[in-house]
Design a protein around this ligand. Sequence first.
Ligand code: FAD
Length: 327
Amino acid sequence: MEHFRVVIIGGGPIGIACALEAKQKGLSYVILEKGPIVNSLFNYPINMQFFSSSEKLEIDGIPFISKEAKPKRNEALEYYRRIVTSNNLNIRLFEKVEKVEASGSGFTVRSSKQEYSADKVIVATGFYDLPNTLDVPGEDLPKVSHYYKDPHFYASQKLAVIGASNSAIDAALECWRKGAEVSLIIRGAEVGQRVKYWVRPDIINRIEEGSIKAYYRSTVKEIKESEIIINTPEGEVTLENDFVLALTGYKPNFEFLESMGIELSDDEKRLPRYNPETMETNVPGIYLAGVICGGMETHKWFIENSRVHAQMIVDDILRKKAVASEH
Ligand SMILES: Cc1cc2nc3c(=O)[nH]c(=O)nc-3n(C[C@H](O)[C@H](O)[C@H](O)COP(=O)(O)OP(=O)(O)OC[C@H]3O[C@@H](n4cnc5c(N)ncnc54)[C@H](O)[C@@H]3O)c2cc1C
């Protein structure tokens, strides 16, 4: 069984930041990533533009140069890929971690390909794998998706977009501009306040001029082959419908965290338990890094404020090693 001082689960921006830090501080490490490099970003909409400016997405002070102040998905893929390849980081792709178990003074990490032993484990698995579902009849129809990729697909189609935050609003605008007939179904009373400040006026104007039909304070009751039924303040409304984009956010894989023994808060936030000064969880030797830390509060952590986790974690590992060798 291969042994590493640190096994990093997840090759997103923050997993990569942890690997760079481990490498610089002389710790043997491997990143195990279940998809391609920065899998979450790879799965973002093809035209997606970050709300962060490029310097806020930088890791390890490596300059991120983008055409506009806020980079596009492709530029971010290029940036993180180049960091991995130019630094020759030890990353194993398309290798999913299935189980982490305590063994001796460390851990056994079982992936879809092999087993590893590790002194420490960093969990940097993000929150983009599991969508928040609507839990309504018809959600499993093939015309319903929780991920949006390319507006071309929806041209000349009747599209219902569910949600009021950045993903939903970007999708609604892009698809309308490519010729889809868009209905926007919003649970609250308005378009989300966190929608990018340069996009919000655009969607509000499109709604006001009637180009995009918005249903506020509305929820989906049922999805059928060629219809969607929604509950609105005026009563039930049935819309003709070809496709549904249910962009109602994502959540971390809590089961995976709990399977390692990481405790979650009892409330709806489901915050994992960790020491905010070291990022070590209630399971000694297992650390959390990146947006996974926020539980259901997926708007709390970004690349900008979580990239520091890498240094905090590696410093703590080295501190504990120094203390252990004194005894
Ligand atoms: C549409 C959208 C736009 C966003 N825009 C911004 C922005 O402008 N600025 C910003 O800072 N943040 C933005 N975010 C949030 C952003 O996704 C995160 O800040 C960033 O991806 C977090 O990096 P991470 O490394 O913590 O997690 P992720 O990038 O999600 O990386 C986690 C990785 O872990 C892998 N993984 C998961 N489970 C396993 C397993 N069991 N075994 C192996 N690998 C596993 C995943 O495949 C993934 O590659 C956006 C998010 C979305 C959805």
